[in-house]
Design a protein around this ligand. Structure first.
Ligand code: PLP
Length: 393
């Protein structure tokens, strides 16, 4: 047996543990009495058009072709539609030959890491706080995930720290903006500084260093902000996208990889993605959902609901004295723990039936993540519990 896999299977992520704990607690004391902020499961329904198109497809399409195999990299129609949608938004010239359909961002990331890593010496950089599964995905290729801390006052990238950590073994750097768990959007100016640094290092080491941009929250942005299109700032950028959050479809497993035609060896990288998809058996993303995306690629769920939640919770918690960075996107609040050990704080919060995720697994200490993709009512009713939690210190 593979000991590493046994270990991964036996030790679920803390988020999953808390999610399971919360389900059990809800059975014991009633769902309305548990304030579960553990998991990033969208709380708003998909756009109406998504359901309508799915019903039409089920009623009108030939079932054998509807549920049949597609091309390994996805149907040409959906790849074309996604490329055109991106071109409309970013004034680019992408085509279907640069899009690979996947089962969500997790599969996109796994494929890209497998396509890029070719030596156990390879290093992929992530910026803390980071999505916990990056470590699992990168290490399963044999490479090392090297964690660099962000600027802890703003949670923006710390370019100086990054520079110190780039070595001749650096294959790529993962960027996640809007960020899970901080909610911060990396400003265009910072991305330009990052591009300058990476261009310098590419020249110095005479090999490409890729940005792997993990973008499941790209459309969940507030105060009219826009997430910069990183390939327009730094050429060697590969995008891992998912409809899990933007269309509220995490259980349906649908997303894509974009290998932009602006990367000099994009055809080779795209071929390596097809190869990695084949090696993992991640071919032919769900057919029904590929066909739905043809008609819904440019839609999103109603993000104003998350913005209302963000405002309510941010204002409520800061009024009570909690400290947190102002989230510009995604649906998470990253709040300073009321004691140095965030795990102990999480346990204390549990005794008030508030379920929070401690920050250690995101690569930083002393914070908790609140996933506010919950009902408005849950947020309103949770505030007195947060007040009691504060007073207990
Ligand atoms: N990347 C980030 C930053 C996430 O937060 C998540 C899920 O929560 C994923 C990737 C995985 O997304 P998917 O469900 O599309 O695989």
């Amino acid at each position: 047996m593979n000991e590493k896999m046994i270990d991964l299977g036996n030790n679920r992520s803390i988020i999953r543990e808390l999610f399971e704990f919360s389900k059990k607690r809800k059975q014991e004391i009633g769902a309305q009495n548990v304030f579960d902020f553990s998991i990033g499961n969208p709380s708003i329904p998909p756009a109406e058009q998504v359901t309508k198109v799915l019903i039409e497809l089920l009623n009108e399409e030939d079932p054998c072709s509807l549920h049949g195999y597609t091309s390994a990299q996805g149907d040409i129609e959906v790849r074309k539609e996604i490329a055109e949608d991106l071109n409309r938004r970013y004034q680019t010239t992408y085509s279907e030959n640069e899009i690979y359909m996947t089962c969500g961002a997790a599969a996109s990331l796994c494929i890209v890491f497998r396509a890029l890593v070719d030596s156990v010496k390879d290093e992929i950089l992530a910026i803390a706080p980071y999505f916990t599964e990056y470590k699992v995905f990168v290490e399963s290729t044999g490479a090392t995930l090297k964690v660099v801390s962000a600027d802890t006052t703003t949670f923006d990238l710390n370019i100086k720290e990054l520079e110190k950590n780039i070595t001749p073994n650096t294959k790529g750097i993962i960027i996640n903006s809007p960020n899970n768990p901080s909610g911060v959007i990396i400003p265009e100016k910072t991305l330009q500084s990052l591009a300058k640094l990476l261009n310098k290092k590419q020249k110095e080491y005479q090999h490409p260093i890729y940005i792997i941009s993990d973008e499941p929250y790209r459309e969940i942005v507030y105060d009219h902000r826009v997430v910069p299109h990183i390939p327009s700032i730094y050429t060697n950028t590969i995008i891992c996208y998912s409809y899990s959050k933007s269309l509220s479809l995490p259980g349906e497993r649908i997303g894509y990889i974009l290998v932009p035609n602006t990367i000099p060896n994009h055809q080779e990288i795209y071929a390596a993605c097809i190869g990695a998809g084949r090696a993992y058996g991640y071919v032919c993303a769900p057919s029904l959902f590929q066909k739905m995306i043809v008609k819904c690629a440019s839609l999103t769920s109603d993000m104003t609901i998350y913005e209302q939640n963000r405002n309510l919770l941010y204002e409520g918690l800061t009024k009570l004295g909690y400290e947190c960075v102002y989230p510009q996107g995604a649906f998470y609040l990253f709040v300073k723990s009321l004691e140095p050990d965030a795990n102990r704080f999480m346990e204390r919060a549990k005794s008030f039936n508030i379920i929070l995720v401690p920050s250690d697994s995101f690569g930083v200490k002393g914070y908790v993540r609140i996933a506010y993709c919950v009902s408005k009512d849950t947020i309103i009713r949770s505030l007195p519990q947060f007040e009691k939690l504060m007073k207990s210190y």
